[in-house]
Design a protein around this ligand. Sequence first.
Ligand SMILES: *[C@@H]1O[C@H](CO)[C@@H](O)[C@H](O)[C@H]1NC(C)=O
Ligand SMILES: *[C@@H]1O[C@H](CO)[C@@H](O)[C@H](O)[C@H]1NC(C)=O
Ligand SMILES: *[C@@H]1O[C@H](CO)[C@@H](O)[C@H](O)[C@H]1NC(C)=O
Length: 551
Amino acid sequence: MGWWLNSGVWTMSMIIIIISSVQADSPYRFLDWRVTYGNIYPLGIPQRGILINGQFPGPEIYSVTNDNLIINVHNDLDEPFLLSWNGVQLRKNSYQDGVYGTTCPIPPGKNYTYAIQVKDQIGSFFYFPSLSLHKASGGFGGLRILSRPLIPVPFPEPAGDFTFLIGDWYSRHDHKTLKAFLDRGHKLPLPDAILINGRGVSFSSSLTVQKGKTYRLRISNVGLQHSLNFKIKGHHMKLVEVEGTHTVQSMYSSLDIHVGQSYSVLVTMDQPENDYPIIVSTRFAARELVVGAALHYSNSRQSLSSASTVEHQHQHPGDEVDWSIKQARSIRSNLTASGPRPNPQGSYHYGQINISKTLVLESSAGLVRRKQRYAINGVSFVQADTPLKLADYFKIGGVFKVGSIPEKPTRGRRGIRLDTAVMGAHHRDFLEIVFQNREKILQSYHLDGYSFWVVGINRGTWSVASRREYNLRDAVSRSTTQVYPESWTAVYVALDNVGMWNLRSEFWARQYLGQQFYLRVYSPVPSLRDEYLLPNNVFLCGRASNRHITP
Ligand SMILES: *[C@@H]1O[C@H](CO)[C@@H](O)[C@H](O)[C@H]1NC(C)=O
Ligand SMILES: *[C@@H]1O[C@H](CO)[C@@H](O)[C@H](O)[C@H]1NC(C)=O
Ligand SMILES: *[C@@H]1O[C@H](CO)[C@@H](O)[C@H](O)[C@H]1NC(C)=O
């Protein structure tokens, strides 16, 4: 199996060092990754991309529930670099989250070895570069966590299992130019294309299948901003998994996939042996972009070439928000199916737990000192000189203040304030988070370290009465949710994972310009049962540079 790296390059002492911070009784997978610039040709013409081991998109990570992934990342770029793991919960271990607030960047020419455990998780996720606008140039890849043997999966083993990384793409600007736009105070220009697994020319890629067989497709939106619709002409998709939850298996003719989200579907090849377009198109967008890949039956005589045009129309007339909300509400957990453990996913009755606190998070956009900024509850996040998690660990004062972002929007105050926004929360609290969107665009939010139950989605303004329409029985549990224009989304989350966790807009320009904060899930009595020690291979930077890690 290709992903098993020869462990001979690892010295014993290194392995011991790393093992001390992850669980020693589960299998290890060692990966050695080199991050470089290189020419890529997503639209046929050369562009500078960010490659991992020469690949764009990067290599896919295969793992099984509870595996320890030891990933040595060598940064050969000319800029600091970090990878983050979208949807991987990193239990007790926010040090390995690879975002600005948790981890010092890997300096150019240096390497850092992530040690992460995919504890108690299954499903389809992805990794991505979290700093700057690196994501606009590549550096992302799929990450799948398979069920352990003997844990039942609620559908037969598919004949094949394929990853589709889809996302909007800039062919005329790389991450440095895009970052420069934002740093000068401008908004991002509209993207040029959509890529499917790194290809943006229609039908330049194909998936070969056999008639009569059923395949699993894992689809993640790894783009910067646009919601995308995914469909396969002539075929229906049976939804089976969303970000680690086995869903009620319903049929869909197309799926809306918002930035940062991942879905698994089963598709049965029950049509005449031809080629069929797999169509990915923008939704809720100012300009429509479309790309196709070919679904190629092995005995097909009729092939789609890049000369074929993508015939495409949305088959769902009427309001695209209404249509999409209806689809979002239809996505539910299968309560009797097993998740990462043999017991059914419905055994945790989230609807019967008392809420300890309600957060209402409202975004806004505006100018601060004549530069574009984005905020949550009036606070636009700015990075401190030291990762917040390290400041906490070494008890370095003055880096951030807990409570620097309010838990509800402050009515009447319309301005935007810059701050290193950190919200405090208690370990074992049970939160209700309402994402209120008064803006006219669709948004997508992600919480690191957790998955949450999406209990309600509707148009308009949330109020206490909105709780009456919550799904308290079989809501889907996931880590990324959309919030429709001038609408709200409510989620429940059990704060069972101590750490410093990033809550952010998945629209990368908004995240970069402040629409994010950190949720500091805190236990007053530090205990190794609740949180690991700082791994002793981490880089120290900022005001933590001169500190010593005591094992
Ligand atoms: C960098 O990689 C080398 C092996 O190539 C390894 O010995 C070293 O521990 C790594 N450094 C970190 C910080 O992980
Ligand atoms: C839910 O999961 C069970 C157990 O694996 C399975 O038998 C059933 O078909 C699934 N139901 C739906 C509606 O997906
Ligand atoms: C929830 O709160 C109610 C009223 O305060 C209380 O009676 C009940 O026992 C609580 N339930 C749980 C599960 O803590």
